[in-house]
Ligand binder design. Structure first.
Ligand code: NAD
Length: 260
């Protein structure tokens, strides 16, 4: 259903972004992949997409904290494919600390990667989407775009901001065939979470199952991690024609967390 489309997914070398990229490629979209890491790894990831999905994929090493690099990444999409139809702003980082001791440099980095990068990619993607009268902008926000938790000041502020940007983008583009939505996951099973389980089990001297249920998933009523492929499937749905009237929405994938 996405054959002929071109998608760009920021932070797509791992976790949720990788699963979203795979879902879009599986539906036939060409891809610009992005993420930090060794350039050879990015290029071989792009090749593996070519092989596995029979679509064209290219990798950009752009740092989402750097507006100049972001502009170069957007340029790569138009140079290589001549268009960009689907933009997924997924790259994100976290830092956990009480507000009084929250390192200002971490605040700046989180705001830059989790929020400001989406402003830059969106403003650069919109003109071409408008011209073609079709576009999908999907922001991977968080349950923390809707509710807060202590010790996550920068992340919660950035994700709330990303939802605000989502709504403004949706309204400004409402009559143009372009939609913009935010996916708001609760806890999703990624390598990052796996590492947290081991750390917390050691720190609290409690078994792994107790960490999952009582610590990590304390706020998630269904007591289950979402799988990255569930986020990929939702992104592919929003990117398809069935998503045409869904815009400006925050779509929780959080096992009931934000129903509290
Ligand atoms: P991850 O750490 O597995 O992947 C993050 C990706 O972003 C990687 O590809 C990394 O290279 C890239 N990235 C990080 N900083 C970057 C930068 N400066 N420039 C370019 N790329 C950069 O993380 P994940 O768990 O898959 O999270 C992806 C998104 O989902 C984030 O926005 C995160 O806030 C959000 N999210 C995750 C969860 C969860 O439970 N995992 C829950 C809610 C929201």
């Amino acid at each position: 259903p996405l054959a002929g489309r071109v998608a760009l997914v920021t932070g797509s070398t791992s976790g949720i972004g990788l699963a979203v990229a795979r879902a879009l490629a599986g539906a036939g979209s060409a891809l610009v992949l992005n993420g930090l890491g060794r350039p050879e790894e990015g290029s071989s990831l792009a090749l593996s997409f070519d092989d596995q999905f029979g679509i064209e994929a290219v990798y950009s090493p752009a740092d989402m904290a750097d507006p100049t690099a972001i502009a170069a990444m957007m340029q790569l999409a138009s140079a290589r494919f001549g268009r960009l139809d689907i933009l997924v702003n997924n790259a994100g980082i976290q830092h956990v600390s009480p507000l009084e001791s929250f390192p200002p440099a971490q605040w700046d980095a989180i705001l830059a990667v989790d929020l400001t990068s989406a402003f830059h990619t969106t403003r650069l993607a919109l003109p071409g989407m408008r011209e073609r009268g079709w576009g999908r902008i999907i922001n991977v926000a968080s349950a923390h775009a809707l509710v807060a938790s202590p010790f996550k000041a920068a992340y919660v502020a950035a994700k709330h901001g990303l939802l605000g940007l989502t709504k403004v983008t949706a309204l400004e583009a409402a009559e143009t065939g372009i939609t913009c939505n935010a996916i708001c996951p609760g806890y999703v099973w990624t390598p990052l979470v796996e590492a947290q389980i081991a750390d917390q089990a050691r720190a609290h001297s409690i078994p792994r199952e107790a960490v999952i249920r009582d610590v990590l998933l304390a706020n998630q009523p269904n007591k289950r991690f979402a799988q990255v492929d569930e986020i990929g499937a939702l992104a592919a749905f929003l990117a398809g024609d069935a998503g045409a009237s869904i815009t400006g929405a925050a779509l929780p994938v959080d096992g009931g967390w934000t129903a509290h």
